[in-house]
Unconditional design. Structure first.
Length: 75
């Protein structure tokens, strides 16, 4: 498997979040077929830049998960 630049991964994450509204790190990693560490780093970068927001949730099995969604643009 070839390495992809982080800019390409960030754009893929953006497209996914536009489509699905809110996703966890694990679900994004599975969809993009990348390691969760790489996705986590990309999401942290996007969060620092103000493109995504994060919220914590507890799923059905009682496990805490981090959910990410795009920040809505202000006109």
């Amino acid at each position: 498997m070839s390495r992809r630049p982080i800019t390409q991964i960030i754009s893929e994450i953006k497209k996914l979040l536009e489509k699905h509204k809110e996703m966890s790190v694990r679900s994004i990693a599975k969809e993009i077929r990348s390691q969760w560490r790489t996705i986590d780093k990309a999401l942290e970068t996007m969060k620092e830049l103000g493109f995504v927001k994060e919220r914590e949730s507890v799923n059905k099995t009682g496990v805490k998960e981090r959910l990410f969604s795009l920040v809505k643009k202000k006109n």
